[in-house]
Write a new protein. Sequence first.
Lengths: 486, 96
Amino acid sequence: MQGSFEALIGLEVHVQLRTATKAFCSCPLDASAPPNTLTCPVCLGHPGTLPVANRVMIEHTLRLALALNASIQPVSTFSRKNYFYPDLPKGYQITQFHDTLCYNGRLDIELDTGKTRTIGISRIHLEEDAGKSLYNSDGVQLDFNRCGIPLLELVTEPDLTSPREARIFLATVRQLVTYLGISDGEMETGSLRCDANISVRRPGGAIPSTWTELKNMNSLRNVETAVAHEIERQVSLLRQDTFIRPCTFSWDDAANRLVPMRSKETTSEYRYFPDPDLPPLTISPELIDSIKATQPELPAARRERIMDRYHLPAYDARVLTAEKTLADYYEQAASHLQQKTPEAFRLLCRWTTREVLHAFRKQPADSGFPVPPDHLAFLVNRMLNATLTARTAGEVFLEMLREHAHPREILERKDLTQISTPDIIAPVVTTILDRHPDLVEEYISGKTALRGFFIGEIMKATAGRANPSLALRVLEAELEKRRAGA
Amino acid sequence: MAATLADIERAAILSALSFSEEESCRLLGEFRHILTWLDQLLEVDTEGVEPLTYVHERGIPCRADDTRSCLPREDALMNAPHHTRAFFVVPRVHRS
């Protein structure tokens, strides 16, 4: 930490919930729909309309609450947060303020050192999103497709102490919501958003009374960088004995700096009050039980199971389970392996955590990843029964990514199949040995390490297609013949 | 407590409105009038009375997550004072 100061960081995380419809009306969710085609009198705030809560958004919130060991209020309320802004057609946002659905949770995060820290979650509540404003020279264009989309807000205690921890926390939330299936958790598209509240104090000092807020950090990397910038700014002010003003900053990624948005002293007065259109939300113990019973496997449990079932080391299991899509991919591919041996699982893991993960970064699994898990399993099966070398498999995999074709088809078409007939390999071996009579002599006189050189030559001559164990057998037989003849 | 011009100014900021001095003075009079009326309500003794937030005790009704058809865009935009073919249009309300 910065010299003799320590940072207190709290995050407010907004998660766009994965539902078919909006929070309080039946309009569908579709980010790609043309502007203002997903609206109805309810989300446009027409007079006389009434909101009706979406059951699934409530269930999603309870799922997260259970995963975070949070308390669930048997009765919570929806409130109106009043503010005047054109992206809010009703003039208020429906949110939860006085009695939130869930409170007092905790999330364990794993630091780079391998140690675990528990971060307190003060509240989890539901609210609706606002519309989208597009500024141009004539004024503001408004698209209300997003207006009314269900958002879950999770607020942490100021337990995070470094930019790195803030990033790890957010990544852990992201992993959790994708495992729970309640959100796609993508920061780039705004499904996962994060604001940070930051304060700095001397170690052991009183909790500072002034905080600053950071907004518009739309990637994990930005969160880490922006928080680091702000801590540095506050520390340098405190070193000069300068008072820190409460302020909201926006992160400007292109300029790599924080831009002041507004002073918190003139912050809005939201006049929260219970929404008379929405009676209290009651959560029955039966509902909680039914959600508990259908809770999916969470990241830590899956990691343990994958280590156990596929005989993988902890590190590999962690890489595989970091993203649910990758873990799903691995397990599907594993089900297509012909040999269910530790060796087979490890080879598949190596391919999944290198080749597949690398390709996923360019094209995620859910957007039509060109290599289905059973195609990768096909390649691995062929490597395991020694009818394909790793090198050829690598070439085929690249073709698979490019062409969306089955590996069998690529192997046949490109004549990449492994040479497994001695009749083809034997003449190659003879030619190579004839070319290096001096080395053959050295071999015969005991320098058996030269075997590696000859194998390399055979592979070169067959463009890597020779079956390695067969090539070795043929080579040794031929060398033996020459030794006998010598 | 009597309202002051500062309260009018704050209410104006919260509503993103601006008033001339003359308008502010007129509004101050109206504000005070309304607040006097509210002061009368404070005379009622509510000691020990729970606030009545909702008039019935039934919980929230929930709906299934099933989509329904939306408004055609022309209809959605129909009542807007200003719009393009695709968007509602409003003036800028604050300096960006």
